[in-house]
Design a protein around this ligand. Structure first.
Ligand code: NAD
Ligand code: AKB
Length: 310
């Protein structure tokens, strides 16, 4: 059996996904890679390599020389950071995907996971219970790169038979690794500030409802999709995935059940425009029908877990 390579393993999702996959497959079978030279302390129990996804030749020889047959490609610039550096974001988010898709097309990889995002939707998308197939006119460079990536994944699957699987993650909430520059990051930051100083200034306004998910659910969804029999899958672009939807005001009220003096203030910045272009909630019936997806965490369970661990 070949090994699994996780590129972008030092990030918010990568670090938890690496731990979960190592638990299933064994430490040596899962190689963590990231552009960061230093191995994060969470990942020291297994192999770690510095790898730049933009260095096509380096990635190609690493995959071929290390008996890799499965790649999780997580390296990307997220929505807020990408708006500050659109050219670079486009290159990072697209070039690496082609490197990995081509390796699979040439027969060096059996399976790929590449994440998309609710950012593929835009201001003209129906925003309540957003369906799998709908209007998609993303207005951010991040969303444009994810939408293009989805089209290429489906194209490589349909044209070359590449087994590339994908999820449109909502905003992910976790305590093991910090988020990396997204619009939904407020929903993680708020917990650290609530515990450390009892107040938080939110960069979105109080009624901005967004789809979110606790990281444990996201990791379980990812592994379930990757283990699903190929013939059960109908979506080869990216599956809608839903957890819970809430506003900053609803999240603050839930935190106040644990920290009654917690105060939230609102100072919306450029990220408000991004959030306003995204759906409020997602219909993930394809995921539930094709691979039995069902989220486990509601808002109160998520808040209890976050406050317990931070
Ligand atoms: P992150 O920013 O926390 O992690 C990305 C990792 O990629 C970082 O450790 C970074 O060092 C690494 N990286 C950057 N450039 C690299 C390069 N050239 N070569 C190798 N590694 C490089 O991001 P994340 O939140 O873990 O997201 C992972 C993926 O999931 C991204 O594609 C993101 O778009 C997608 N996603 C995340 C969320 C979320 O809420 N976290 C939601 C939707 C989609
Ligand atoms: C972001 O806010 O950019 C990410 C995402 C939803 O893709 N968390």
């Amino acid at each position: 059996m070949g090994k699994t390579l996780i590129i972008g393993a030092a990030g918010q999702i990568g670090s938890e996904l690496t731990l979960a996959l190592r638990q299933k497959k064994g430490n040596e079978a899962v190689i963590a890679a990231d552009i960061k030279s230093e191995c994060p302390s969470l990942l020291i129990d297994g192999p770690y390599h510095r790898l730049d996804i933009m260095n096509r030749e380096e990635v190609r020889s690493f995959v071929q020389n290390n008996a890799i047959d499965e790649v999780y490609l997580l390296a990307a610039l997220l929505s807020a950071t990408a708006e500050k550096n659109p050219d670079f974001a486009w290159r990072l988010n697209m070039e690496g995907l082609f490197t990995i898709l081509d390796l699979a097309k040439e027969g060096f990889l059996q399976r790929i996971f590449w994440p998309s995002s609710i950012a593929v939707f835009g201001p003209t998308t129906p925003n309540e219970g957003t369906p799998q197939h709908t209007v998609m006119e993303p207005s951010t460079v991040y969303g444009i790169s994810k939408q293009a990536g989805e089209r290429w994944c489906e194209y490589y699957h349909n044209t070359f038979g590449v087994d590339v699987r994908s999820l449109r993650y909502p905003g992910l909430i976790s305590y093991k690794s910090p988020p990396g520059g997204g619009t939904t990051d407020y929903a993680v930051d708020i917990f650290y500030k609530a515990k450390a100083q009892g107040n938080y200034t939110c960069f979105l306004n109080k009624d901005t409802e967004l789809p979110m998910m606790f990281m444990d659910d996201a990791i379980r969804a990812t592994i379930t999709l990757m283990e699903a029999p190929k013939e059960n899958l109908r979506i080869w672009s990216s599956y809608n995935l839903s957890g819970i939807s809430f506003t900053p005001d609803q999240l603050a009220k839930e935190i106040q059940k644990h920290i009654p003096d917690f105060i939230i203030r609102y100072e919306p910045d450029f990220r408000q425009t991004i959030a306003d272009s995204w759906p409020n909630s997602i219909d993930d019936s394809y995921a539930s029908e094709d691979w039995n997806w069902k989220p486990a965490y509601n808002l109160s369970e998520l808040v209890s877990e976050m406050l317990h661990h931070i």
